[in-house]
Design a protein around this ligand. Structure first.
Ligand code: BEZ
Length: 214
């Protein structure tokens, strides 16, 4: 199973947009790679539709979207057409066909005690260096919150850019912390010349730097 910080496993697979060589396809972008259990099922339909509805927001953050299930390319294409009709949205991102579970195994998307022969709802955020930055598994009966995935992308990109960490329930624009891994005083003064606030030495609050500095 790929762990946080490790390189996302590479693969070649068929998709609704032709064969995909994953590492080449990522091509220096962020990526949201997700699996769903089965086409033409209710929860999965709403998830693909919601992802499509938010695709401009992912694009704005430089995140490419790609889904996967055990269904065939033909099934994916029929389902996408149906989603476009019943959910009134255009699906512009590719869906990978993984009937042999070859790719699913690389990402440990098959949890046999949850679903015997198909993938669970896997979520992987991969950065431009192809490192896994978030790995989540959701059960079959619970649809994912795509706004939460966007929130994590925002938090990761903010952290990478400004050496900050984000508190529980943080969202864009709210205060964050100087990353706990940053302890060098000179470096802190250089990166945070206005200093920080906090009632404890380990609670080093700063304003969201993407707002206070831009
Ligand atoms: C659903 O999308 O509703 C679903 C798919 C597979 C198993 C259970 C639920």
């Amino acid at each position: 199973m790929p762990l946080l910080g490790q390189t996302a496993p590479d693969f070649v697979a068929d998709s609704t947009q032709g064969p995909i060589h994953f590492h080449k396809w990522i091509e220096g972008s962020w990526c949201l790679f997700f699996s769903h259990p089965k086409n033409f099922t209710p929860v999965c339909t709403t998830e693909i539709a919601q992802t499509a509805k938010l695709s401009r927001l992912f694009e704005k953050r430089g995140v490419k979207l790609i889904g996967l299930s055990v269904d065939t390319v033909e099934s994916h294409k029929r389902w996408i057409k149906d989603i476009e009709t019943v959910q009134n949205v255009t699906v512009t991102f590719p869906l990978i066909a993984d009937p042999t579970l070859e790719v699913a195994e690389l990402y440990q998307m098959v949890h046999e005690d949850e679903l015997a022969t198909t993938t669970v709802r896997g979520v992987f955020i991969i950065d431009p260096a192809k490192k896994i930055r978030l790995a989540l598994y959701y059960p079959a009966v619970v649809g994912r919150n795509l706004n939460e995935i966007l929130r994590v992308v925002d938090a990761l990109q903010l952290s990478d850019r400004y050496s900050v960490a984000t508190p529980a329930n943080w969202s864009h624009g709210e205060d964050c912390f100087i990353a706990d891994t940053l302890q060098d005083q000179k470096e802190i003064e250089k990166l945070f010349p206005k200093g920080f606030r906090g009632e404890r030495p380990y609670l080093r609050y700063v304003s969201d730097p993407s707002i206070s500095r831009e």
